[in-house]
Write a protein that binds this ligand. Structure first.
Ligand SMILES: C[S@@+](CC[C@H](N)C(=O)[O-])C[C@H]1O[C@@H](n2cnc3c(N)ncnc32)[C@H](O)[C@@H]1O
Length: 233
């Protein structure tokens, strides 16, 4: 989808985004973000950039882990999503480490080799040029820094996949569009974009082509999401 339509879509659902994430994932979204932090090799002084940060939940999961010694910047090009993130800066513990910034993932306003960890949660699928997005994330990471990508994927088990797709393509869009009062089918876009997204192995190959080594991925919750982590060569 084109960037201006993505921006419009997220600005329309920003107010309900966190509530719906939690409801529609049966509160698993927080666990998935914490797992992402865990496999990122974060420490007390890490500098983290979380791109496509939206309402800042993954950035805050890093900030909770890092405490006062490090920094976490959350960047996004949707002002309305960042407004929600900004309100959390004063609410969450360890908020001192977290700073929301308006920026396009395809042209990050940071010098090369700046961050120990560059992450993205449920965002890279929405970036209009996947490879350029990963290249930008890699560019701003330090040498031997980590790139972590948390994203929906397609479950492998055919029986589970059938049941899950019924929920994901029928029930989730119905509830999501109703509660957010969205007329542009924002929650129908979610399953469509996941089905068009590269498989775990394809994403691993793309990450390697973008200059990352030792790329590993971890499937979670019957394979509905995967966390990919690679190291900048
Ligand atoms: C599904 S939300 C994910 C939010 C958050 N990372 C999370 O874990 O819930 C996707 C976000 O990606 C952002 N986004 C998409 N394309 C972008 C781009 N090119 N530059 C910056 N942000 C982008 C959208 O504005 C939106 O806030």
């Amino acid at each position: 989808m084109q960037a201006h339509r993505i921006k419009k879509l997220f600005s329309a659902v920003a107010r309900h985004y966190d509530f719906l994430n939690s409801l529609l994932s049966l509160r698993l979204d927080g666990t998935w973000r914490r797992e992402t932090v865990k496999v990122s090799d974060v420490n007390a002084t890490s500098s983290v950039l979380d791109v496509c940060t939206g309402t800042g939940e993954l950035a805050l999961a890093y900030a909770d882990k890092i405490g006062t010694g490090g920094t976490v910047i959350g960047s996004d090009f949707c002002f309305e999503m960042l407004e929600v993130a900004q309100k959390k800066v004063h609410r969450k513990k360890h908020q001192h480490a977290f700073m929301p910034v308006e920026a396009d993932t395809l042209a990050l306003p940071f010098p090369d080799n700046t961050f120990d960890i560059v992450s993205v949660g449920f965002g890279i699928r929405n970036v209009s040029d996947l490879e350029l997005g990963i290249r930008e994330m890699t560019r701003v990471a330090n040498k031997e820094g980590r790139i972590a990508i948390l994203e929906f994927t397609q479950p492998v088990n055919p029986i589970f996949r059938g049941l899950y797709y019924f929920y994901f393509t029928k029930i989730l869009p119905f509830i999501g569009n109703r509660i957010s009062r969205n007329e542009d089918d924002a929650y129908g876009y979610l399953p469509r974009s996941v089905m068009q997204f590269p498989s775990c192995d394809e994403l691993k190959t793309i990450m390697e082509q973008c200059g990352l080594t030792d790329v590993q991925y971890y499937r979670k919750t019957f394979g509905i999401i995967a966390i990919h982590v690679g190291i900048k060569a």
